[in-house]
Write a protein that binds this ligand. Structure first.
Ligand code: ADP
Length: 629
């Protein structure tokens, strides 16, 4: 009697299984898609390994997936002659080691109202979908090149068993995996061969190895026929592929279950040859902002899968692209290390970037609405390229869209420039943590009143690229919250002179400087303000204030936050009154209290907390009280 070992599922897996078992989700058929997809991946992996270890394929060189239905015993099994698993693989892949997608999937489900379980494959936990239809799941497997057969079994409760087995006849091949499901009463429909055939055609036609189905009704000498087309879809001519087939392949290869937003299928012929079948999703993948910023492209060489982990293939700022690159020039036995400085890979990468950016540019000019939906999903990722890819900076800026202070529509830089007044030399922008906060910031007042458009940059990435991008089409980028504004140059001579000659304000400026000397770098009269009394702006030589804030939040700032400059509006009634009060000695104490309040409220408008909220609120109450006398 073989010894069986009992192991506990990791807590998250347990939760996931409970969800699967109790699901009332109607499209349970996706379990076939997931298990067939795993079977095909296992064959891809072994094909790759056999490039250097030919022995692994001996006696059984043709890959396939076989589905067997046993109505009497209520079983359906999915077998492959792929790479197989040993005990260690079983434990880590199917139960105990946290897979990054598990938690994400659970979170997504708890947040979504629809409980769309079909999304499961996207999170890399597709195997567990078996538990939607099975009361008992067995994984019988033998790793290619190893002798032992292992059986993993579970009813989806909190634990699973693993046992070694000597019976080599348990598997149809000398390697690979059989997933055997004992179907629940409600899942009897999956014992019908025609039902399974239609599911395969619906989801798995693109799988490049043949899929066979048997249920015992076949005649003895009947040659089995594969249910799917079993050829790599990207090798077929475009006009022979339907949109539905593209979508199905995208769902499989990209582990995404939306429609592709853009499909790009072409063969590059020249010094190097390769075929590309790429997709841009129409929704955000859950792991888009994981720190590793890995891409999900699959590299093939002459139809043989090599790796889905090739950072050199595409820059991180295009990591949302899904699909396949199939090269004719790389050697089949190329190792992952050899891919690192490979000139062919480098060439593919640069052509791929060029092609993608030019496709996006076309889409921007031809179908603006649709491009905007792409931009909302991936704009912030694409903008990482503006400071990471010096060569493509200009092309990326050209296809970037921006919120702005003048309209609710997104605009391009070219459109911004077109709308510039003759006197305006620079591209004005303001960074911040939200559109509303930026729009309400007093620093914008002077620009709004002079009808000057300002780009409203509310993505964290904006603070980075604006700090390293001096020019676009010879126009400089200029932050409206930094340095001296040049708004005077937009005004007539008379207005300018009036402001400059406003000597009556000078004593107030001196007083405020003295009062706030530890809090601000300077106090000066502003041209940016029209409605508010004061605002804070950054020093010209200081870092972008928003960038400072982000770096500080991530403990990456090696210095104190730099002191800002307090600008005051000499036309504001409060400032005028304070200036008058400055001339009276006994009013000075009052002004010093007001100075602190002005400073604190300008901090709030700048998106920060007051230095001492309790003191600040006490001062407000005192002031209100006094005003009621
Ligand atoms: P994913 O396939 O997205 O990684 P799954 O939950 O479907 O997530 O599978 C988990 C892991 O189990 C796979 O990554 C793979 O390593 C292993 N696995 C599943 N099915 C098979 C199979 N038929 N043959 C070999 N390994 C498999």
């Amino acid at each position: 009697m073989p010894k069986s070992e009992k192991l506990e599922f990791q807590t998250e897996v347990s939760q996931l299984l409970k969800l699967m078992i109790n699901s009332v989700y109607s499209e349970k058929e996706v379990f076939i898609r997931e298990l067939v997809s795993n079977a095909s991946d296992a064959c891809d992996k072994l094909r790759y390994l056999s490039n250097t270890k030919e022995k692994l394929l001996k006696d059984d060189p043709n890959f396939s997936v076989s589905i067997n239905i046993d109505k009497k015993s209520n079983l359906i099994s999915i077998s492959d002659n792929g790479v197989g698993m040993n005990k260690k693989d079983l434990i880590s892949n199917l139960g105990t080691i946290a897979r990054s997608g598990t938690a994400h999937f659970l979170k997504e489900l708890s947040e979504s109202k629809t409980k769309d379980l079909s999304l499961i494959g996207q999170f890399g936990v597709g195997f567990y979908s078996a538990f939607m239809v099975a009361s008992q799941t067995k994984v019988i497997t033998r790793k290619a090149g190893e002798n032992k057969i292992w059986i993993w079994a579970s009813d989806g409760e909190s634990n699973f068993t693993i046992e070694e087995n000597e019976d080599l006849d348990l598997l149809p091949s000398n390697r690979g995996t059989t997933i055997e499901l004992t179907l629940t009463k409600e899942a009897k429909e999956y014992l019908e061969k025609s039902r399974i055939e239609s599911i395969i055609r619906k989801y798995s036609d693109h799988i490049s190895i043949p899929i066979f189905i048997t249920d015992g009704s076949e005649k003895k000498d009947e040659k089995p026929e594969s249910v799917n087309s079993a050829s790599a879809i990207w090798t077929r001519p475009k006009n022979k592929i339907t949109e539905e087939q593209y979508k199905e392949f995208y769902n499989h290869v990209g582990q995404m279950f939306d429609d592709p937003w853009m499909t790009s299928h072409y063969k590059a012929e020249g010094k190097i040859e390769y075929t590309v079948l790429n997709f841009i999703p129409s929704s955000k993948p859950f792991d888009l902002y994981e720190p590793a910023r890995e891409n999900r492209l699959k590299l093939y060489v002459k139809r043989v899968f090599i790796t889905d982990n090739c950072p050199e293939l595409v820059p991180p700022y295009l990591r949302f692209i899904r699909g396949v690159i199939d090269s004719e020039d790389l050697p089949l036995n190329i190792s992952r290390e050899m891919l690192q400085n490979n000139p062919v890979v480098a060439k593919i990468r640069s052509s791929l970037v060029k092609r993608t950016l030019s496709d996006l540019k076309k889409k921007l000019s031809k179908d603006r609405k649709s491009y905007e939906s792409f931009w909302l999903n991936f704009g912030p990722v694409l903008k990482e390229g503006i400071y990471e890819d010096f060569e493509k900076k200009e092309s990326l800026l050209e296809i970037s869209l921006f919120k702005n202070s003048k309209s609710k529509e997104l605009i391009s830089l070219d459109e911004y420039i077109e709308g510039m007044d003759k006197k305006q030399k620079d591209i004005y922008f303001m960074t911040g943590d939200s559109y509303e906060n930026i729009l309400n910031n007093p620093s914008l007042e002077g620009y709004k009143s002079r009808d000057i458009n300002v780009l409203v940059l509310d993505d964290p990435v904006d603070s980075f690229w604006t700090s390293s991008t001096p020019l676009y089409k010879e126009k400089s980028f200029k932050s409206v919250t930094k340095g001296l504004d040049d708004l005077d140059s937009f005004d007539g001579k008379k207005e300018k002179d009036e402001k400059k000659e406003n000597k009556s304000i000078d004593p107030l400026v001196v007083l405020l400087k003295e009062q706030l000397k530890d809090k601000v770098k300077d106090v000066r009269i502003s041209s940016r303000l029209t409605d508010s009394a004061v605002c804070l702006v950054g020093d010209d030589n200081a870092m972008d204030p928003q960038l400072e804030k982000i770096l500080q939040q991530h403990n990456q700032l090696n210095q104190e936050l730099s002191l800002k400059i307090l600008e005051i509006n000499s036309d504001h009634k409060l400032i005028k009154k304070l200036a008058k009060m400055c001339t009276k000695k006994d009013e000075i104490i009052k002004i010093s209290k007001i100075a602190t309040m002005l400073y604190e409220q300008s901090k709030i408008l700048d998106g920060e907390k007051p230095t001492d909220p309790a003191l600040f609120s006490k001062s407000i109450i005192d002031t209100i009280y006094l005003s009621l006398d």
